[in-house]
Ligand binder design. Sequence first.
Ligand SMILES: [Mn+2]
Length: 307
Amino acid sequence: MYDIIGDIHGHASRLESLLQKLGYDHDGHSWRHPERHAIFLGDFIDRGPEQVETYELVRRMIERGSALAVMGNHEFNAVAFKTPHPDRPDERLRPHSEKNRQQHAAFLDQVGEDSDLHDEMIAWFKTLPLYLDLEALRVVHACWHHWALETLGPLTDDGQRLTERAWPEVAQKGSEAYEAVETVLKGLEIPLPDGATFLDKERNERRHIRTRWWDEGQATYRSIAMMDEQTRATLPDEEVPTHELPGYQDDKPVFVGHYWLRGTPQPMSSKVACVDYTVTEPLPTGKLTAYRWDGLQRISGERFVWV
Ligand SMILES: [Mn+2]
C-alpha cells in the first residue's frame, strides 16, 4: 500500500512530521514503514528553507526501496536552467532571465550555483519519471492526459524518464513535446472562446485558462477554470467543446499535486485526488498533505492526512 505525498518545496522538517504521523520510522539512515511505501509527487525544491535536506531525505528513501517519486515542474525547470543549449553553448535550455533566476533564487542560494552538489542534484532530477502507471493507481505531477503521454512516449525510456537527447526538444517553446510536458507537469490549459480574456492576479490579460481536466460532461469555461472565485465569475458560462477536455474515465485512480489548493483536503472526483495544499504557508491555511491509499479505486475524503 502507498502513501502519496504532495509538493514539499524545501520543507523537510514538515515532511518528517508528516512521515511520523503516517507511522514511518527513521532507522539512522532513512525513513521507512514496515508495510507501506511513500510516493512523492515532485516539487521538492524552490521557495522553502530546507531544500537540500528534502532532496537527501527523498533520495535516501527511494534508494532504500521505501519510496517512489515523479518529477515536478520545479525539477524540470531546474534541469533546463542548468543544461547548456546544444546549438548555442552560451545559453541554457531555460533562459537565465531575471524572472527565471528569481524563481530559482532560494535553491541556487542553498545549493550553491554550479557546485558539485548542484551537479549531483540535477543529475538525480533527470532520473525522475514523468509519471507512474502502477498496477492499480496512477501518479503524475499535474495532469493525466493520453495525448500528452503518447507524445512523450518516444522521448522517454522504459522508466518514463526523459532521455538525454529529449531535453532540448521538450524545453523548446512551441514544440509538441514542450506542450506535452507543460500539460503533464503544469496542467491542461485551453483557449477561451471568441477572443474572450480575463485578468490574472498580476493584472495581465490572459486568453487561456487552467482547467479541472478531470471534469466530465456539461462543463462550461466558468465551471472548469482553476482560479479564485471572483475571477472565475467573469468567464463565459458557455459549454466547452468536448474535444477540448480529456475527462478521466479509466478505472485506476490518479493522484496529482501542483495546484496550491486551500481548505480541507477532499477528492477532486471519485477518481482523482490532489494532495497539494500549499505547504509554503503555515497551518491552518497551508498543509503538507498525503493520501493513505487503501487499494480501492474510489477516492475517499477520509484518507487524507496532513500536518
Ligand atoms: Mn508544481
